[in-house]
Design a protein around this ligand. Structure first.
Ligand SMILES: NC(=O)c1ccc[n+]([C@@H]2O[C@H](COP(=O)([O-])OP(=O)(O)OC[C@H]3O[C@@H](n4cnc5c(N)ncnc54)[C@H](O)[C@@H]3O)[C@@H](O)[C@H]2O)c1
Length: 388
């Protein structure tokens, strides 16, 4: 087996360019960038002095001619599906940017192509870089060990995804139903929608409310509040917007044995000495919960973000390392996103799994009925470190 993975990247805009430089700068051991593809010539020109990297202006030519073992897909969302499907048909390893797809029907097409690939050793990963966070990894570990007992409530306020009008003007595809397929849930929140399912599993019901263009001149949602119900009766609230500053990123989990809060780069665990319900059934006191301990949780390791996923993808190919985020799991976040938007726009409670055809039909209607006119596209300064 080779000790090097030849990688091609489709879409070298903000994110794809950043991945390319990680590889070119030697920050992904075992990876070699051999091809890039973008239909915007100016994006390819940025690499014209880079030796050994072939540039293609169409994905057809890229897939036919590039000397690659693996492809990273970093285009706008709708193209994730056809480009991933072709990647598997061409017998490549595939790493797709988030979200896996705009809607569950497309996510299923990609997963089917992966499952039908001729060489079953080919890897399918997704760029869920926030799964590399030591905070969320620690929380997962605590939950799996049952430290919190049965989960009762999950609240995630994720309102620090602020985006300006300049951001939305920076790409013709951005924040349109036809070009992007949604707003804050499709672009920014795939990370949290993935983490919430990774940590707590899938809810059985979703009821959501969403406003489109409440804070920006856009036609898609920029403010969402969703209520989630889990099979064990636990409930959740998920609040997201790109229109608030400074905003909040606070994940609070309440369980039988206490609560954990992740906020401001910290994890706080307040542990009950005895379970809440056990205390309720056994105490002769009318007020006050069980005694608690403040548990200091050591957080070890750094947060390598995208580099962590890139390294893991290459190590999975070369050494069989377990994937941090398999592409197949990407459908769950897409499902949550679709459930929230369907619930909000159709004014119904959605029972999961989502009806993919009904969702696609709703989205199609939004595209057909769109009268929104996107203004002039202007380049914007993009610091990818603030877009995780
Ligand atoms: N993981 C993260 O933290 C993170 C952060 C930002 C963006 N992203 C994701 O990265 C992807 C791209 O976002 P971006 O901000 O880089 O967008 P962008 O507009 O800056 O770049 C996209 C590039 O793809 C090119 N392109 C589009 N369709 C193409 C096609 N079919 N073939 C070849 N080239 C094509 C465009 O010309 C453009 O240069 C999106 O899926 C986005 O959600 C992920």
């Amino acid at each position: 087996m080779s000790d090097e993975v030849k990688i091609g990247i489709i879409g070298v805009g903000n994110m794809g360019k950043s991945h390319a430089h990680q590889i070119l700068d030697g920050k992904v051991p075992g990876a070699k960038l051999t091809a890039i593809c973008d239909y915007d010539q100016s994006k390819l020109d940025a690499f014209k002095d880079t030796e050994g990297v072939a540039a293609f202006s169409t994905s057809d030519e890229f897939y036919d001619k590039a000397d690659i073992d693996a492809v990273i897909i970093a285009t706008p969302h709708y193209d994730h599906t056809p480009l991933s499907v072709t990647g598997f048909e061409k017998n490549l390893h595939v790493l797709v940017e988030k979200p896996l797809a705009v809607h569950v029907n497309d996510a299923k097409k990609t997963i089917a192509a992966y499952e039908n690939r001729s060489d079953k050793s080919k890897i399918f990963a997704e760029m869920f870089n926030q799964r590399c966070s030591p905070l969320y990894r620690k929380l997962k570990d605590l939950l799996e060990k049952g430290e919190l007992g049965e989960i009762r409530r999950v609240n995630w306020i994720i309102t620090d995804w602020f985006r300006s009008e300049a951001y939305y003007a920076s790409g013709g595809w951005r924040a349109t139903w036809a070009g992007e397929g949604g707003g804050v849930l499709v672009n920014q929140c795939p990370h949290q929608l993935d983490l919430i399912q990774w940590l707590f599993g899938m809810p059985s019901k979703v009821r959501a409310f969403a406003s489109c263009g409440q804070f920006h001149n856009i036609e898609v949602e920029d403010n969402v509040t969703a209520y989630l119900e889990y099979p064990n009766g636990a409930t959740g609230v998920f609040i997201a917007t790109t229109g608030e500053a400074p905003g909040t990123n606070r994940l609070e989990v309440a369980g039988e044995m206490g609560k954990i809060v992740i906020e401001g780069g910290d994890i706080q665990f307040i542990r009950n000495e005895v379970g809440t319900l056990e205390h309720s059934r056994t105490t002769d006191q009318g007020f006050g919960g069980p005694a608690t301990w403040d548990v200091k949780i050591p957080i070890r390791g750094d947060h390598p973000q995208h580099n962590g996923i890139l390294r893991n993808f290459v190590n999975a190919i070369l050494n069989g390392e377990e994937l941090i985020a398999s592409g197949v799991e990407g459908i769950n976040g897409v499902e949550l996103c679709n459930a929230m938007l369907f619930s909000a726009f159709e004014d119904v409670t959605v029972e999961l799994p989502v009806d993919g055809d009904a969702y696609e039909a709703m989205l199609k209607k939004k595209i057909e009925n769109s009268t929104f006119e996107k203004g002039e596209v202007k380049e914007v300064h993009a610091d990818m470190s603030s877009s995780f």
